[in-house]
Ligand binder design. Structure first.
Ligand code: ADP
Ligand code: MG
Length: 268
């Protein structure tokens, strides 16, 4: 993003070239990421469900692996451990998979955590896994291939979201949520945001495909996101908007970065 001067910089909006601004004027469809775009991006741990072992061990191992990830869900888990004064053991062989989860070796154990697909891929049985509320994201934790617990994480709509969405509707654009999170959680946020159309469980490459499908139907598509997982979709969109506080790769890939005021600046 080029260093901007004048009115754009004053507003905290950075543009990569004038073409993006011209395209922005023709946008009729706005695809929105959920975590960190519609929501605050600062989720909290709301519950810990232990399946096997001690609660403090579960939290310590989960937080140790997540301390290497920049995902908002990871930050919530690390913060929960910190708030309880839990010391984090060392992590080896850390491996993140965007849109699914993370894995690492802690105290001689393989600790893998993330969504249901990520654990099932590793052959972990989720039979009888504790359920979490619809609005919460379950982070399933497996130790050495067996489910050890479920950490419930919840985020809230950002304070700018509702007024921004209302202003966008007044401009006549269609609003669609495209999220990597599970169906129940996305549906709950969609309800709160008053958005009826959403896609859940969408992995990074598939987010870009959703953008292309809308473009192929003749729409002028804006994608708004903040995460590493949003970068392919931001690149594929007619106009990609990144949250200024988002991941570096999201800001670098976007045409327009909303440096201050987040979603509240989008209608402008
Ligand atoms: P979102 O659209 O929610 O920003 P992502 O594509 O980043 O989605 O992630 C999709 C899902 O994968 C998350 O909702 C979460 O369940 C899981 N996930 C991704 N990264 C992590 C992580 N570091 N720790 C635990 N779960 C993760
Ligand atoms: Mg996000």
């Amino acid at each position: 993003i080029a260093a901007a001067t004048g009115r754009g910089a004053e507003l905290g909006i950075l543009l990569r070239g004038g073409a993006s601004l011209e395209a922005a004027a023709r946008v009729d469809t706005v695809l929105l990421d959920k975590t960190g775009t519609l929501t605050t991006g600062q989720p909290r741990v709301t519950a810990l469900h232990v399946v096997q072992g001690e609660e403090v061990t579960l939290l310590a191992r989960a937080a140790a692996v997540e301390s290497r990830s920049e995902h908002p869900v990871a930050r919530a888990i690390v913060e929960a451990a910190r708030a309880r004064g839990v010391a984090l053991p060392a992590v080896e062989a850390f491996e993140p998979t965007h849109g699914l989860g993370v894995e690492g070796r802690v105290e001689g154990h393989v600790v893998r955590l993330g969504n249901a697909e990520w654990l099932r891929d590793a052959g972990v049985s989720l039979d009888g896994a504790p359920a979490v509320a619809d609005g919460e994201t379950p982070v399933l934790v497996a130790v050495d291939g067996a489910l050890a617990g479920v950490i419930a994480v919840a985020d809230t709509l950002s304070p700018e979201a509702l007024p921004a969405l209302e202003a966008l509707r007044a401009l006549g654009v269609e609003l669609v949520i495209v999220s990597g999170d599970r169906e129940e959680t996305v549906a709950s946020v969609a309800r709160q945001a008053g958005i009826t159309k959403y896609f859940a469980g969408v992995k990074p490459a598939a987010k870009a495909r959703v953008v292309r499908t809308q473009s192929a139907r003749g729409h002028v598509v804006a994608m708004v996101g903040d995460g590493v997982n949003d970068a392919p979709a931001l690149a594929a969109a007619d106009v990609g908007f990144a949250m200024g506080e988002g991941a570096e790769v999201a800001v670098a890939t976007a045409d327009i970065a909303l440096l201050r005021g987040g979603l509240g600046q989008l209608p402008r």
